[in-house]
Design a protein around this ligand. Structure first.
Ligand SMILES: [Zn+2]
Length: 258
């Protein structure tokens, strides 16, 4: 069984943090990793309770994360799809990417607005890394709004911009130092700028997926490790070629895949 590291990428933080203004460009998550096929993200059909549009921001979020103003506009193909659905089976690492408007894991506290669990990846036979799941949680302690709300914005955070940022993590991006980019690590209230990606964000996505994006669609499902049929990390092996990592090491008789 492949050992999966469990990390969360701390997401947007509330305004008022001073951030060093180095103009460093996009960062990929490390190690660099991609989905094999464009993921279909399930968006919490309960909505976010503080959003007073027709459906608690569900449609606004689905629209924003699949818009050509965001990630799908960075490639000629389709980078991701999304649809509303139930969170009843919300499970980290199960191969079904979900965007939760609550935080059942209680992972996102303080200035964290939302977070993405990016630790679910494994290694392909060619040594590159494959994402097989990434799930998002949202801090319900903040007041949220959407462009679909008709009472404007007052000290609220736009669900569209914050979730487009989180989906950037889901796709394999880290934070960018470019102020005004979607992957900049913080956002002010009532600023929905991150809903539209910047050139720097598009360059990061193209570094991962090329100009056309994945050539297939659909989630890998509950089969972590399924990207490679050879032995996984920690499994016993005889030769390098027995392992997905192509690295079989240890004393004779006790070799394991690394
Ligand atoms: Zn972030």
């Amino acid at each position: 069984m492949n050992k999966m590291t469990f990390t969360k990428t701390l997401a947007f933080v509330a305004a008022c943090l001073l951030v060093a203004s180095t103009a460093s460009a996009y960062q990929l998550l490390s190690p660099a990793r991609t989905w094999d096929c464009s993921p279909d993200v399930i968006v919490d059909n309960r909505g976010q309770s503080s959003i007073s549009d027709a459906d608690g921001g569900v449609g606004a979020t689905v629209g924003a994360i699949t818009s050509n103003q965001s990630w799908n506009g960075a490639v000629s193909g389709t980078l991701l799809t999304a649809q509303a659905g139930s969170m009843s089976g919300y499970t980290l690492g199960d191969g079904i990417p979900m965007l939760n408007f609550q935080d059942p894991i209680n992972a996102c506290k303080g200035s964290c607005l939302a977070a993405t669990f990016t630790g679910y990846y494994d290694q392909r036979q060619d040594g590159s890394y494959r994402i097989f799941d990434a799930d998002i949680v949202t801090n319900g302690g903040y007041s949220w709004t959407s462009l679909s709300e008709n009472d404007g914005c007052s000290s609220e955070f736009y669900i569209e911009g914050v979730q487009v940022h989180e989906v950037g993590h889901l796709l394999g991006l880290g934070h960018s130092g470019v102020n005004g980019s979607t992957m900049y690590p913080s956002v002010s209230s009532c600023n929905n700028g991150p809903a539209s990606i910047a050139n720097d964000d598009a360059a990061g996505i193209q570094a991962l997926y090329g100009n056309s994006g994945p050539s297939c669609s659909g989630n890998p499902g509950g089969n972590p490790g399924g990207g490679c049929d050879l032995a996984q990390k920690g499994d016993s092996c005889t030769n390098d070629s027995d392992c997905c990592s192509n690295k079989c090491k240890g004393p004779n008789g006790g070799k394991t895949c690394k």
